[in-house]
Design a protein around this ligand. Sequence first.
Ligand SMILES: *Cc1c(COP(=O)(O)O)cnc(C)c1O
Length: 416
Amino acid sequence: MSIETKNKYGFTTTVVHGDRQKIIEHGSLHKPVHTSVTYGYQDARQLAEVFQGRAQGYRYGRQGNPTVAALEDKVNVMEGGSATICFATGMAAIGAVVQGLLRAGDHVVSSAFLFGNTASVWQTIQGQGIGVTMVDVTDVAQVEAALTANTRVVFVETVANPRTQIADLKRIGALCTSRGILFVVDNTMTSPYLFQPKAVGASLVINSLTKSIGGHGNALGGALTDTGIFEWSQYPNILNSYKKFPPVQWGMAQIRAKSLRDFGAAIGPEAAHHIAVGAETMALRMDRSSANALAVAQMLEADPRVSVVHYPGLKSHPQHALASELFRSFGYLLSFELQPEIDCFDYLNRMKLGISATHLGDNRTLVLPVAHTIFYEMGQEARARMGISESLIRVSIGIEDTVDLVADFKQALDVQ
Ligand SMILES: *Cc1c(COP(=O)(O)O)cnc(C)c1O
């Protein structure tokens, strides 16, 4: 399941030495940043072969770039995939699934506990004739009950932001496998270090590279990985032009053309380079931020001025057992509510290390009042359905020293 069993080396060794599995120009240790947009050929026939997919090679930066290809290889090995395509952002990777694989009349069953912008995408595609049913994915029975004859995709996140609900990943994977439905898992919150969705039968895996894989808040990126499990010969929406490849490649061939090439959300080579460098330390950062998050969550839960803490590492979390079974550790995302007499804005303003900012998976600890920011646009009714109270605080724990962080979250509870 994990990279350790598939490769000779552990996760970080594999990632750090990944580029060297292919020859890097001039003995360079990092894959260099290639900024050329186009590629020339001495023999025009060779250019034609590259265009026709009969020879390997680059043609135009929107469809592929050597620096981006090195990042694709890196993410692919992290996810144990058969192929990976990178995009300008995580949202572009999600959009690529919609653009490349869904048609009017199709139906999607999705988690109701969803990254806000993904929920917004579902609203858009419903206006374009694609049905979406959002259900509580902690319960496989709800997913099964929502399936129709037209359901093409089941879409879940591993750990939901901000309430940290965990999808019943194993059972949903088994259900999708038995019904031949594409199972798409957004692995952003766990990252391939904490969890490989392939292990539960995921067909496609999404990662926002902007978050923990890049890790430094200095580059946007997204990735879509085919785990190699799904039988594309059973999928109705593959166009004949992409059926000239072996079936295991059909889905990604169509996505590379119909989504990346035609809609153009290509990642730039500089961003790809930043993310590839960040990826080298992801496991170290995740170990540290997960340990920090557990310490902060335990301190908050024990303090009477805090009314509730949502963190999968706490025994009080409804899916604690599932998270312990599936994930290497519990991650850096937590959320909590203060007792009503403490104003959540005042609390955030008293923090010295926690920065009031959006974003996740940064080296720095970031905090934000959820209902008033990232979930503001959807309105209170939709928030209530997603279990998001008006005073909920979301935290993305960073890699600061544990004692400093715990002390900061605690001192801010003192109302002066
Ligand atoms: C941030 C995020 C995305 C979108 O990624 P961007 O790189 O910001 O476009 C998608 N899914 C989840 C779970 C995220 O946290």
